[in-house]
Design a protein around this ligand. Structure first.
Ligand code: AGP
Length: 612
């Protein structure tokens, strides 16, 4: 996610802004910049550069800026490569207004075309730049904040912005919809920021802006209103966190913060892909032509680890809804197989980082066979996205915890959406059925919020079993991958041996493991294989296995088989992996914490495996 800092006060603006940006580095970024109203010249000075903040510091040392009203930004690229032109802050045509932005403007292309026709000159590929030109368009004989509000009302999508103008040099304007923005309240100075850490070095008094609110700041005051100009009064919150806690949003670990981010990320990902009126699915950056996709005869999914588990769910879904034979393999095997691929094979490469060596090697092998490659990836500009023919970004924001959580469910959502998109193109699924599925998919974030409300219960259950020496995870059909993923989550952060298995395989070996010293996590939501799962659970129960069930709310039968039940809301069976993932992530997290493990940086593991 991008980071925003704004300052208005008596201190040296560039040092305050740089200090705030450094406190936001944990969010991940690929370029940064600052803009200051230059005290003497009544113009705006901008310094921005790709790479780390240290590169920006060097640039500023060489060409310093002097002023005490400004904005700054760390960019996590979503539209346009991470380069100098696309870095924020952005300027209007005459260099009199500057803007920084965190979020995604879904209708930026339409707005950009219109503004270009009206003579506005664009210098970047970003969606953000339309904001500063829209403000310029409306900024005629009205206060800056009115021009900002008029511009923001035309935007579809999410934003948190900071705005300055040489025409009103003692003013800093901020506004938000869908992305966080806070006010830091100082003495004789005020701040704007995406997140609390950026201002903690200067003040612990903050105000949290809510949706569609705008704020005007000067050195002594701040005034909050709705985008329609209605004044809003808000209390000041005293922050008691230290900087480390603040960067985790008050959560103990990044992993727990990221588990809790999933509903918001899914909502944004799903809503940005479905056209409200037509119900059609679209992907801005998916460049494989529909005519090519129509000719695809089979699919091969390649990925590692958690991404592989997401791909396994994708296999079930693609075969079921697109009627396309779909194979999958872990990248390290795929790259060395004698592959039977053809130009009619679509290879889908899934990777959070986009830098996993085995997956990149697999993609290059697929290209050598003349295949079209679609990447599902979280990092814009990563190697995988540059070597693929089409990309679907998951926009999950930087995932700091080594154990993948929010990226996993975002990958699943991307696979569901692509499946329905492909089914639409190939005409193999009636639009009524697609609309029903999309309508249920849009409810998933709310269902996830209901699950997250059970965190204390799940934590208690996890701690109660944290002493056990090994775990077995069982699931069937679309939740066989859920079992594999649940086992991976536990083993990689708690170091407890854990195996995921297709429940139907019990009699072919794993049943020998069952005894009272092992926990068996049974994923048993309402489904066409529910009765089969119940039979497996009864076999485990008769051998004194300790059963933990993840079941559908309202299922009383399962409680007769075990008291340890975590319920998830009822949904379309195909979407249940998006729900069962959360209790399994939370169980792994709380067991690892109970065992004193380094949850965010587990031993021996790297966030991205860039070597074989
Ligand atoms: C998952 O929690 C692990 N961190 C690991 O298995 C990871 O999913 C795998 O290394 C693939 O990484 P990628 O998605 O960045 O390619």
């Amino acid at each position: 996610m991008c980071g925003i800092v704004g300052y208005i006060g008596a201190q040296d603006g560039q040092s305050v802004l740089l200090s705030g940006l450094k406190r936001l580095e944990y969010r991940g970024y690929d370029s940064s910049g600052i803009a200051l109203i230059l005290s003497r010249k009544k113009t705006i000075g901008v310094r921005k550069i790709p790479g780390k903040i240290s590169a920006l510091e060097k640039l500023i040392q060489a060409k310093p800026l002097s002023g005490n009203v400004g904005i700054a930004h760390t960019r996590w690229a979503t539209h346009g490569a991470p380069n100098q032109a696309n870095a924020h802050p952005h300027l209007d045509c005459r260099g009199q207004i500057s803007v920084v932005h965190n979020g995604i403007i879904e209708n930026y292309e339409i707005l950009k075309n219109q503004l270009s026709k009206e003579g506005h000159l664009f210098r970047s590929q970003t969606d953000t730049e339309v904001i500063v030109h829209l403000i310029e368009k409306f900024y005629k004989n009205v206060p800056l904040e009115e021009a900002v509000a008029a511009a923001l009302k035309l935007l579809v999508g999410s934003f948190a912005i900071g705005v300055i103008s040489v025409l009103e040099p003692n003013k800093l304007v901020g506004a938000r919809r869908g992305s966080p923005l806070i006010i830091g309240v100082g003495r004789g100075e005020n701040f704007l920021a995406s997140d609390v850490p950026a201002v903690l070095g200067f003040t612990k008094e903050v105000v949290f802006l809510d949706e569609n609110e705008l704020v005007v700041l000067d050195q002594e005051h701040f005034k909050i209103s709705t985008l329609d100009g209605k004044t809003v009064f808000k209390a000041i919150t005293h922050i008691s966190w230290d900087i480390d806690q603040a960067q985790k949003g008050g959560f103990t670990h990044f992993m727990l913060k990221e588990i809790n981010e999933q509903p918001r990320i899914l909502e944004s990902l799903i809503n940005s892909r479905i056209q409200k009126k037509s119900g059609k699915i679209f992907f801005q950056e998916q460049n494989i032509q529909e005519t090519v996709l129509k000719e695809i005869k089979n699919i091969f999914i390649v990925a590692c680890g958690t991404a592989y588990h997401a791909g396994l769910v994708g296999k079930y879904v693609l075969e079921s809804f697109c009627q396309l034979p779909t194979q999958i393999d872990v990248s390290s095997e795929f790259r060395y197989r004698d592959l039977l691929l053809s130009p009619e094979t679509l290879v889908i490469a899934i990777s959070q980082s986009g830098e996993t060596a085995d997956t990149l090697a697999g993609v290059r092998e697929a290209k050598r066979h003349g295949c079209q490659v679609l990447a599902i990836c979280n990092v814009l500009g990563s190697t995988l996205t540059r070597e693929s023919d089409g990309v679907i970004y998951t926009h999950a924001g930087p995932e700091i915890g080594v154990a993948s959580t929010k990226a996993y469910t975002a990958q699943l959502a991307a696979l569901y959406l692509f499946t329905f998109y492909l089914a639409q193109i190939k005409g193999v699924l009636f639009s009524a059925r697609i609309n029903k599925l999309l309508s249920e998919l849009c409810k998933i974030p709310q269902y996830q919020i209901q699950i997250l409300k059970q965190q204390q219960k799940i934590a208690t259950l996890a701690r109660k079993h944290s002493h056990l020496g090994s775990f077995l995870y069982l699931g069937r059909n679309v939740n066989y991958p859920s079992a594999l993923e649940g086992a991976l989550k536990l083993k990689e952060i708690s170091y407890i041996p854990a195996e995921g298995y297709a429940a139907g395989e019990m009699k072919h070996g794993p049943i020998a493991l069952i005894d009272e010293y092992r926990a068996v996590v049974c994923i048993v939501p309402a489904s066409k294989v529910y009765d089969k799962m119940v039979s497996n659970i009864q076999e485990i129960r008769s051998r004194k296995g300790k059963i933990i069930a993840v079941a559908t709310a309202g299922d009383a039968e399962i409680r007769e088989l075990t008291r340890e039940v975590i319920y998830v809301p009822s949904t379309e069976e195909v979407f249940s992996p998006l729900l069962v993932a959360l209790p399994l992530q939370l169980m792994a997290y709380h067991i690892a914490v109970k065992r004193g493990c380094d949850v965010d940086q587990p031993r021996n593991l790297a966030k991205s495996v860039t070597v074989e």
